[in-house]
Design a protein around this ligand. Structure first.
Ligand code: PGA
Length: 271
C-alpha cells in the first residue's frame, strides 16, 4: 500500500491538484510514447500534484518508469468487492499498490453504466479501506440545472458518497464538481457558477463533518477545462484544482494547465 490516509492529510494539505482522466483512450504503446513526451514537457513542480488517470491496462507498465517527482497515478474505476466471482472487474484491492487515487462516481459511470449512489458509496468505502484516496465526482445534468435542482443534486450525491466515512477519511478525499453538461462538450461552466457550487459543497461538508474537515478536503472543478480557461477556475476561492479529460491528452495543453496551477499556487503562497 502506498500511503495511509494520515500521511496524505499531513503532506498534501490542500495542495493544488491537476488530474488528467484519459478515459478510454490510448493503448499501452501509445500511452508510453505520450507519457515520455509529457515528462519532457513538464518541469518538476513540487507545489502542484499532477495525477495521471489512464485505463487500467496502462497503470502497471507506466508505473515502472514513472517520474514520481512529477506524477502520481490514479485509476478510473475500481470494484468494491476485494476479490471474488465478478468476471471483468478489477478491485480496489488489486489497484492499491499501483495508484494513489481512484475516480468514484464519474458521470460516465453514473449515466452510461447506471451506477447509482449505493454503488458510489460502496466504492468510496472500498477505496478508503484499501488505502486509495477517492476522487468523488458529483454534478448536475443540464435538465437538473434548468429545473434549479443543482444544490439538491449536489447535496444528495455528496451525502450518499460520503456516507459511512469518518471525518478524517473525508478530509483525505477529493471532491470534483463536474456539471454533466460541461463534460466533453466544450461548454464549460461560468466561474461564478463554479464558485457557487464549490462554496455550497464546502458548506455541506462542514455541516456533515465539521469545520476542520471542510477546511482540509480538496474540491476540484471539471468540465471542458483547457489551457485557456484553467486560470479562471483555479483562482476561484476554495478551488483546489481541476479534473481534465480532453485537454489531458494534449501534452502542450496539459503542460500549460500545470504551469497555470503552479503560478496560481505561488500567488496564493505570496511568492
Ligand atoms: P473534459 O472531461 O475535460 O473532456 O470535459 C472532464 C471529465 O470527464 O472529468
Amino acid at each position: 500500500m502506498f500511503c495511509g490516509i494520515n500521511r496524505v492529510v499531513m503532506r498534501n494539505n490542500r495542495k493544488i491538484m491537476i488530474a488528467g482522466n484519459w478515459k478510454e483512450h490510448l493503448n499501452v504503446s501509445q500511452a508510453s510514447h505520450f507519457m515520455h513526451r509529457l515528462e519532457e514537457s513538464i518541469p518538476i513542480r513540487q507545489s502542484v500534484e499532477t495525477v495521471i488517470i489512464p485505463n487500467v491496462l496502462i497503470l502497471q507498465p507506466i508505473s515502472v518508469n514513472l517520474d514520481r517527482r512529477k506524477f502520481r497515478l490514479g485509476a478510473q474505476d475500481g470494484y468494491f468487492v476485494d476479490a471474488g466471482a465478478y468476471t471483468g472487474e478489477v478491485s480496489m484491492a488489486m489497484l492499491q499498490d499501483l495508484v494513489h487515487y481512484v475516480l468514484v462516481g464519474h458521470s460516465e459511470r453514473r449515466y452510461v453504466f447506471n451506477e447509482g449512489d449505493d454503488v458510489v458509496a460502496k466504492k468510496m468505502q472500498a477505496a478508503i479501506r484499501n488505502g486509495i484516496m477517492p476522487i468523488l465526482c458529483i454534478g448536475e445534468t443540464l435538465q437538473e440545472r434548468l429545473a434549479r435542482e443543482t444544490k439538491q443534486i449536489l447535496h444528495n450525491q455528496l451525502t450518499a458518497g460520503l456516507m459511512n466515512l469518518t471525518s478524517r477519511e473525508v478530509a483525505a478525499s477529493v471532491i470534483a464538481y463536474e456539471p454533466v453538461w460541461a463534460i466533453g462538450t466544450g461548454e464549460f461552466a461560468k466561474p461564478d457558477q463554479v464558485q457557487e457550487a464549490i462554496n455550497y459543497i464546502r458548506k455541506q461538508v462542514e455541516s456533515l463533518f465539521g469545520k476542520r474537515t471542510a477546511s482540509l478536503v480538496r474540491i476540484l472543478y471539471g468540465g471542458s477545462v483547457d489551457d485557456l480557461n484553467a486560470k479562471s477556475f483555479l483562482e476561484l476561492s476554495g478551488c483546489d484544482g481541476a479534473l481534465i479529460g480532453g485537454a489531458s491528452l494534449n501534452q502542450y495543453k496539459f503542460a500549460a494547465i500545470i504551469e497555470v496551477a503552479y503560478r496560481v499556487q505561488q500567488e496564493r503562497l505570496g511568492r
